[in-house]
Design a protein. Sequence first.
Length: 277
Amino acid sequence: MDSGWDTTTFTTELNGTIAGDRAGSIRVYQLSKEAMVNSETYFRNFESIDKDKKSILFIAGAGMDHRLVRSLKLTDSEFNKPLIIDLPGHGDSKGSSSNSIESYSKFLIDCLKSYDLKNLSLCGHSMGGLIALEMAMQKNFSVQSIILVNSIYPTRVAEPLLTKAKNSNGDAADFIIKYGLHKRLLGIKNAFSEDKDLVMLDDLEACNNYQLNLTELKNLDIPISIILGGKDRLVDLKAVENFKAIVPSKTFTLDEVGHFAFFEDPIELSNLISDII
């Protein structure tokens, strides 16, 4: 855990058994009393929530964790500090990763239940954008708006990247950095949970497995904004246009940014997010 940060670790009763195996199946968390085990889940900035301010839950991309928000600067008078929860098997959260966006969505909704956040928006990076969309689709969950950063539905992962992920988390991270990073950033690889078994492969498979009914999403009438990197080679711009043709949404572009807006230009991204919400 990063020393010196304003962080708190809570213990939650989540996870449990995982159905299926890796042979083409989708593994989903089964939350039953019989299967529940104590699991440490890492929450960042939840100890200082002011319910009179706006809250944004940030959701990290494939293989990433709470370090995503370390450089964000939101207006203190209007916003709570950036909220983020490490997904199972990511960062400082225990448990196992999943190849199901639906599973990650349920996990986060369960984590948020005790906080009763009335003015909550979701901001997802890459895979995290898909999780944000899935959370918004749930009838038991209310959200004010959604921001997709370097993210769009559908997200289809190229076979060469999946092959790298089968070799190691590090190989997959190297591939994503090679094709996704525009600005030269030392230490960017440290943003990935490299030592976690199968995390990258699970997350990339989750992106490929995910199915979303865009018409149903449109009918929710939730404001959706898409923030793109002008130099991002990993987000399919045709998919962005297809998404916008069905789901009303606003698009913004950070011209000199690749796939890692949170690290390549965190100040400009912070300002844009603040303006949108």
